[in-house]
Design a protein around this ligand. Structure first.
Ligand SMILES: NC(=O)c1ccc[n+]([C@@H]2O[C@H](COP(=O)([O-])OP(=O)(O)OC[C@H]3O[C@@H](n4cnc5c(N)ncnc54)[C@H](O)[C@@H]3O)[C@@H](O)[C@H]2O)c1
Length: 306
């Protein structure tokens, strides 16, 4: 794949990781970040990724931070937008991008929930607007969902998949721009059931986590739910669905247990209590465990591919 100029809009949590992985793949990256403090912390955050992955920090020289959009995206073949999750803001950014880049520059949004269809609604060239849903942290979690909408050109989908795969990501093609795409629909279907089980007193939050991590989660990284259904046989899958599905939670609204906890000031790790209590150091230990685990996996993947 030829090395090219790539723009990243927003140098926050997702933007700096996306910039890093594209620079690691050999591209020149321009990051537009309007907040001086966030922009100033970019080199240090990028170095921390290089340290974590054991990469040569030289690659960071391929990333330039800008306080204006135009220089960040000048001559870019792709632009990845990772600005705050607000539709009017993203629409303004895309309108500004349209006047700053070539008509065939691919414009990708990393929105978690807002369809790129809506973000690019008023653009002249909608065929180059696409969703690219990275997972946090984007430099460590392999998956990117590449979401085609009804206006996206097939060649744009192919070019986006190629770029991301060449950068070492596992990029999948999502053929319709549905809310939550694929990954978040699956994740939140499970969470809805988990919240319902805790609210009904079937078990506590800690038990949910143990059941997932030590039960089906222990094999999920190597056996997806479709493979698992074929493995046990669709006749058994049907028998289970016949008995179980009528009992699964189907509430359309967000779970009231979340509203109640929030009203009581229990926001999770940041307030010391959420679905469970978090004592001193416990939340940091979870974050460190996650980061170590993902970094080890990323390093092992890199070793396998070289
Ligand atoms: N955090 C996650 O786990 C996650 C996962 C997947 C997708 N996303 C999506 O990625 C996007 C970015 O999320 P984040 O977590 O990196 O947020 P963030 O707040 O860490 O970063 C957003 C950055 O955009 C900057 N910004 C504000 N206005 C801007 C503008 N007009 N132009 C350019 N930059 C601007 C902010 O200063 C900030 O640094 C959101 O759409 C979010 O939904 C987040």
């Amino acid at each position: 794949m030829h090395k090219q100029k790539i723009g990243v809009i927003g140098g926050g949590l997702m933007g700096h990781g996306i910039a890093y992985l594209l620079a690691a793949a050999g591209h020149e990256v321009g990051v537009f970040e309007p907040d001086a403090q966030v922009r100033g912390s970019l080199p240090q955050r990028l170095r921390a990724i290089a340290d974590l992955l054991g990469d040569d920090a030289e690659l960071i020289a391929r990333i330039a931070a800008h306080d204006q959009m135009a220089p960040a995206v000048r001559n870019a073949g792709f632009v990845f937008e990772a600005a705050p999750e607000k539709l009017p803001l993203k629409q303004r950014i895309f309108a500004e991008l349209e006047s700053a880049v070539a008509p065939d520059t691919i414009l990708a949004s990393n929105s978690s929930a807002i369809p790129a269809t809506e973000i690019g609604r008023d653009l002249k060239h909608r065929e180059r607007v696409i969703g690219t849903h990275f997972w946090n942290p984007p430099h460590l979690v392999p998956l990117v969902e590449v979401i085609q909408n009804e206006k996206t050109n097939d060649a744009v989908v192919r070019a986006t998949l190629d770029l991301l795969r060449d950068a070492g990501k596992t990029a999948v093609h999502v053929r319709r721009d549905v809310p939550g795409f694929v990954g978040n629909r699956l994740q939140h279907a499970m969470k809805r059931e988990a919240f319902a089980l805790v609210a009904a007193g079937v078990c506590d939050a800690e038990t949910i986590d143990i059941v997932v991590k030590e039960g089906f989660g222990a094999r999920t990284a190597v056996l997806g739910p479709m493979e698992q259904s074929d493995l046990v046989g669709l006749d058994l899958a049907l028998d289970i669905a016949d008995v179980l599905y009528a009992h699964l939670d189907r509430t359309a609204a967000a779970p009231s247990i979340l509203r109640e906890k929030i009203k009581a000031g229990k926001l999770g790790m940041k307030s010391g209590e959420g679905l469970r209590k978090w004592g001193p150091g416990e939340a940091d230990a979870v974050r460190a465990r996650l980061s170590r685990f993902l970094a080890e996996q990323a390093k092992a993947r890199k070793k396998r591919s070289t």
